[in-house]
Design a protein around this ligand. Structure first.
Ligand code: SAM
Length: 333
């Protein structure tokens, strides 16, 4: 019998949706000031998808044309038995299988993650100063994360990228140091504009927003930056330097919204399918997962129908007002 051709998911605006970010936990061992409030309440266990349910979602999305899956959170590496899930999804043979992590546990887990089939890692790193690192993460130790980055390099991932959220008056004086670090370690780095997700008390987002254009201008004083047509399949726009293989990316939800080429949806660890990072449109997949445990027909049908809800774009304003009540740890960054 000829192989069945897969009809990829499409939304109302003709965009193909082939990239899914699955959040595996809302919990985290850090409390980054832009991501969470200091005092967070986490979800009770029965509201959280089991690893089997998450794996079933991954298989179902793959059967609907998904080529890329990213595991995120919260911090994915604090989820018990995460390696089992990584192994399960690794065996699907996706074109791209990645994870976003804070790096805190990578010294121990980088190699087993690679062996379980994970291909690429994004590691968050906002500062190279240990005191600041503790202030920004509220609980983290910089050395552990730096060791984790080295462990990831040794483990032979296909790609490693650093992610830095730049905040004025907080870490914007470290942009060039972070670029130098990335060049030294031979890993890509993306600079992210802070997004208004969840009510935080630590700082005024309107005042701390540092636009990608500003970050790029500062780097350009020391390094020529050439735009590339590289498509990471994600939201970053990439630039290259003439004297290094390292790429510099900019994720600019405020200043260069990336909605026209959006190919992504997210599933929260409660099983809520989020059609857009900056809108509340969502569909409850947990109800379907648990209501129809036998076949995947209803789940597939629900996902296909949900594509009609995907909004054309998000509208973040840069005045710091909260527009989306869920925190990034709930959204799945
Ligand atoms: N715990 C993992 C980590 O630290 O990378 C994965 C989850 S975290 C929510 C994913 C990414 O979202 C991180 O790079 C983090 O810096 C970024 N992030 C969190 N809150 C953000 C916000 N309000 N605006 C922009 N980026 C944010």
């Amino acid at each position: 019998m000829p192989a069945k051709t897969i009809q990829p998911l499409k939304d109302r605006f003709g965009r193909t949706i082939n990239y899914v970010r699955l959040s595996v936990t809302d919990r985290c061992d850090f409390r980054c000031v832009y991501c969470m409030a200091e005092d967070m309440t986490f979800l009770p266990r029965q509201q959280v998808l089991t690893l089997e349910e998450i794996a079933r979602l991954a298989r179902t999305f793959q059967s609907l044309g998904t080529e890329k899956i990213r595991l995120t959170g919260g911090e994915p590496l604090v989820r018990k038995d995460i390696l089992d899930l990584v192994g399960e999804i690794g065996r699907l043979g996706l074109r791209d299988f990645a994870m976003t992590t804070n790096g805190n546990q990578l010294s121990r887990l980088a190699e087993p993650l690679r062996e379980a089939g994970l291909q690429r890692l994004n590691i968050s790193l906002d500062t190279l100063d240990a005191g600041r690192f503790l202030q920004i993460t509220r609980t983290g130790q910089l050395d552990r994360v730096l060791d984790g980055i080295d462990a990831a390099r040794d483990a032979g991932f296909r790609g490693i990228k650093l992610n830095a959220v730049i905040m004025k008056g907080r870490n914007d004086d470290e942009i060039l140091d972070l670029v130098a670090f990335a060049r030294r370690k031979q890993v890509d780095i993306s600079f992210i504009e802070e997004m208004p997700l969840g009510q935080i008390t630590d700082h005024d987002r309107g005042e701390s927003l540092c636009s990608s254009d500003e970050v790029r201008a500062r780097i350009s004083r020391y390094h020529d930056l050439f735009p590339t047509t590289d498509d990471s399949g994600g939201p970053a726009r990439y630039f290259r330097m003439p004297d290094s293989p390292v790429r510099i990316g900019f994720i600019s939800p405020h200043s260069h919204n990336f909605c026209a080429t959006c190919n992504r949806v997210r599933v929260t660890v409660e099983g809520r399918l989020l059609l857009c990072l900056g809108n509340e449109h969502s569909v409850d997949l947990r109800r379907v997962l648990r209501g129809y445990p036998e076949g995947d027909g209803k789940l597939r049908e629900t996902i296909i129908k949900a594509m009609d809800l995907k909004p054309e774009r998000h509208h973040f304003s840069s005045d710091g007002d909260v527009q989306i009540l869920r925190f990034m740890n709930m959204t799945g960054g």
